[in-house]
Design a protein around this ligand. Structure first.
Ligand SMILES: Cc1cc2nc3c(=O)[nH]c(=O)nc-3n(C[C@H](O)[C@H](O)[C@H](O)COP(=O)(O)OP(=O)(O)OC[C@H]3O[C@@H](n4cnc5c(N)ncnc54)[C@H](O)[C@@H]3O)c2cc1C
Ligand code: SF4
Length: 370
């Protein structure tokens, strides 16, 4: 049994352009690394390690929090205006996010509950949004996985969580569907706040809704084009003016990954709901957005066994946020959630906690304009 880091060649460019050019030159056998708090533990377990690793740590362009679209010139944290969008560079650490009062409260809370203080010093926004999906049968040593015959996500040809699937009315061995759980805490919160993600790759630059980026497959995980770097995330102006908050369920308050995460963006006009977006994490292969205005629905979802957040969605916008309405919303989120048996805690309990955390957070946000 070995938990040693496999050998790889480390490259340390100082600009996004150089990093992208390097990735293009090196081809398929390459990974980017930021803080390394997810990639390196996976490498130690022998999970899909590459021969070349490109560090993004020395790229100042990725380290800024600022108003406007972000000029990408390495601006250190600066004050955002309440009426402008705010951009956050992918290289910003979780500690910086946790303590920056320019970002919405929900983002600060989500960042503050990730891993541990030491890991938050190294871990970045970019690494968190590109985090690998997790599963009991995947996040194990090579020796452990070898004894079970591996699985689809690394080295194997079957899934131990969903061993069989239905194809054309016949039950067949599952050799294509991975339901590993999406476990990033910032992704559901940022999706609730309407974030867009900007990428720079060998084929140019693009910006898409973060909600459209994630892909319903535990292996591929997202719609990233080869060699693309996540450069920044931009929050719309409204995200700075709504109430937002985050709650997570994990076996321990520190260190452990979420087994349910709920991020909410709420706006009230008097006592009536004018905006409600609930981001649900750690219960499916992607974060799930419940936009009760029914406007933000993921395009081209390509789902495997995914939650349909629009199903049986109650009428919420324009209604007073009473205890009864909160109960209706919490029940809706709980009913649609489909946790799988591949991370700690039983799916039934996690499903129930989706409703409990939604209810608690909505009540808190109603009372506190935070
Ligand atoms: C004990 C422990 C507990 C943890 N608990 C939590 C938790 O509670 N919640 C949580 O969300 N996470 C948790 N994590 C995971 C991790 O620490 C954080 O998600 C962290 O933010 C990852 O950032 P990083 O910079 O270290 O990522 P890295 O390890 O550097 O990278 C992660 C992935 O992102 C890719 N990547 C990184 N930056 C970019 C970029 N700019 N563009 C393109 N690809 C990029 C890498 O190639 C890699 O695939 C935990 C980790 C550990 C070890
Ligand atoms: S869900 Fe994915 S990671 Fe888990 S056993 Fe199945 S294929 Fe492997």
């Amino acid at each position: 049994m070995t938990m040693l880091l496999p050998k790889f060649e480390l490259h340390q460019p100082t600009t996004v352009g150089d990093a992208v050019a390097l990735a293009k030159q090196l081809g398929d056998d390459v990974d980017y690394i930021s803080g390394g708090t997810d990639l390196l533990p996976n490498y130690k377990c022998g999970l899909n390690a590459r021969k070349h690793v490109i560090s993004l740590q020395h790229i100042d362009e990725l380290k800024f929090i600022g108003a406007g679209a972000g000029d990408g010139k390495g601006v250190r944290p600066q004050t955002a205006k309440g009426s402008d969008p705010i951009s956050i560079g992918a290289g910003v650490t979780l500690t910086e996010l946790e303590h920056n009062t320019d970002v919405p409260a929900g983002v600060r809370e989500a960042a503050a509950h990730i891993a541990s203080p030491l890991l938050r010093e190294s871990g970045t926004l970019g690494g968190n949004l590109m985090l690998d999906n997790r599963c009991h049968f995947f996040n194990q040593s090579y020796f452990w996985r070898n004894s079970l015959g591996y699985c689809l996500k690394a080295d194997g040809d079957r899934c131990h969580v969903v061993p069989r699937i239905n194809v054309d009315g016949k039950s067949v061995l599952n050799d294509k569907v991975c339901v590993a759980t999406h476990s990033s805490d910032l992704a559901p919160m940022l999706i609730a706040l309407g974030a867009e993600a900007s990428f720079h790759g060998p084929d140019g630059k693009r910006t898409i809704k973060l909600n459209d980026f994630y892909y319903g497959d535990g292996i591929e995980r997202f719609e990233r084009k080869p060699g693309e770097i996540l450069v920044k995330v931009t929050l719309p102006e409204w995200a700075l003016n709504v109430r937002s908050g985050w709650k997570k369920l994990a076996p321990r308050q520190s260190i452990d990954f979420s087994v349910v995460g709920v991020g909410i963006a709420l706006d009230l006009d008097g006592d009536k709901v004018s905006k409600l977006r609930v981001g649900l994490g750690a219960v499916d292969t992607t974060p799930v957005l419940f936009d009760y205005a029914k406007e933000d629905v993921r395009k081209d979802p390509n789902h495997y066994l995914l939650v349909d957040p629009t199903k049986d969605m109650p009428e919420v916008i324009g209604q007073p946020l009473t205890d009864e309405l909160i109960e209706t919303i919490a029940t809706h989120v709980q009913t649609q959630a489909q946790p799988k048996l591949n991370v700690p805690m039983a799916p039934d309990y996690r499903k129930k906690m989706c409703g409990v955390l939604t209810r608690r957070l909505l009540k808190e946000l109603r009372e506190n304009n935070g």
